[in-house]
Design a protein around this ligand. Structure first.
Ligand SMILES: [Zn+2]
Ligand SMILES: [Zn+2]
Length: 88
């Protein structure tokens, strides 16, 4: 019998994951819970990231593309220089 470090429950060796012949002191169900939480946290972070990214995008009125705020000047300069070349 082993005691899980996280839930303090006594479980058989089968309930623990073996890593390099050693048994982890966290049972499988706790590990599952842990990875689930980790995944969810990561997912929220990613969503938050994309949400923020969306807010710092600007629409280029010349081509209707959404461009990152810090690139829009560079991007529009390209339009201006290329249209000058074309003579439009
Ligand atoms: Zn546990
Ligand atoms: Zn553009």
């Amino acid at each position: 019998m082993e005691t899980c470090r996280t839930c303090k429950e006594h479980k058989t060796h089968d309930d623990f994951q073996k890593s390099q012949n050693k048994i982890t002191k966290i049972c499988k169900s706790c590990l599952n819970e842990y990875s689930r939480q980790y995944y969810q946290k990561n997912r929220e972070k990613k969503l938050q990231y994309w949400h923020e990214f969306d807010q710092i995008k600007r629409l280029c009125e010349l081509c209707n593309k959404s461009i990152h705020r810090s690139y829009i000047k560079k991007h529009q300069l390209k339009h201006l220089t290329s249209s000058n070349h074309a003579g439009v």
